[in-house]
Ligand binder design. Sequence first.
Ligand SMILES: *Cc1c(COP(=O)(O)O)cnc(C)c1O
Length: 383
Amino acid sequence: MLHTSYIEIDRKALAQNFRFIRDRLGPQVKISSVVKGNAYGHGIETFVPLAEMCGIDHFAVFNTDEAFRIKTIRSENSEIMIMGMIDTPEIKWAIRNDIEFYVFDPARLESAIENAKRLNKKAKVHIELETGMNRTGFDKKSLQLVKNIVSSNLEYLELTGVCTHYAGAESISNYVRVKGQIRKYSTMLREFLNDGLVPKYRHTACSAASMRYPQTVMDMARIGILQYGFWPNRETFIDYLAGREDKSDPLQRVISWKSKIMATKEIKTGEFIGYGTTFLAHKDMRVATIPVGYSHGYSRSLSNLGRVLVHGTRVIVVGVVNMNMMTIDITDVPDAKAGDEVVLIGHQGEFDISVASFSEMSDQLNYEALTRLPAETPRVIVG
Ligand SMILES: *Cc1c(COP(=O)(O)O)cnc(C)c1O
């Protein structure tokens, strides 16, 4: 093993998740597979071809670099959509390569037109509307101007989308705000339609919105976290289960993260383990070092807290997580030795370490813990 840990990507689990999502959205809706953040840590280059095998042919990213990475590995008929940052010099590249991109200010719209004219090729734009997130998007005031510009440049623009994003559809505490956004979108969209500007895709839903507000799905849904087998938060899963007889989780985790024991050591009662004095051996102990630390994406906040699996037993991280290593208590696993498998995320024997168990600190932590997994850790396809 050249690297100190590796990540497994489960093809069968992914196929199951897409079956669930497809079933839920119906056959007509375009699924845009959201693969920003290195496909939520799963690895863009590994994930995109697997998603294509499940029938996915539209991928959403945040920026140009991610679009570039997909372009080199996707199959020819897959589309790419940049939802966030694209710098003016790259707009030409995007148009030339049929990359769709969000437009949320007049300057970007003008730049798209200008480059499209020069290339004699339409720019595929998604007009993003400000409906209450207050991040990016055209607001009501600028709508007339945008419609005028689009209408008079239809030779150079394909209106691929009219879209918006909800400010927290996963939580009922945002209900009023999200409902307001749904109304605003619908009003603003009507203004486009009234002028004969009909987008190819009306799209507003992320994973949470597609589950909790089905009316937000329209022609396309931008699905991130669900495809990887996670609920946006616990509340969304509970909401899904409500009134259902079958209480099992239809989603399956796609990712596992594994390493090996590097060395073992006997520790006497009263000794401290690792840097400083955060862990005092309260008994004679056996510990093992694992060559994974915070530089590999294992958070330092899991010092003296994290759990991993060895020989099908759940054991605890003792002492602080270092940059490249951590120490675990294997007193109760007498056979454990150097070279044995350690599961950081995933299944072993009867036990399971979930990504959520990385910390109880935040509902959103799935997203954060996943995207912190370094790109250089090898991804291996299983299943
Ligand atoms: C990340 C993102 C999504 C996907 O969100 P999930 O909660 O992972 O489904 C959808 N739309 C936009 C604009 C995003 O940035």
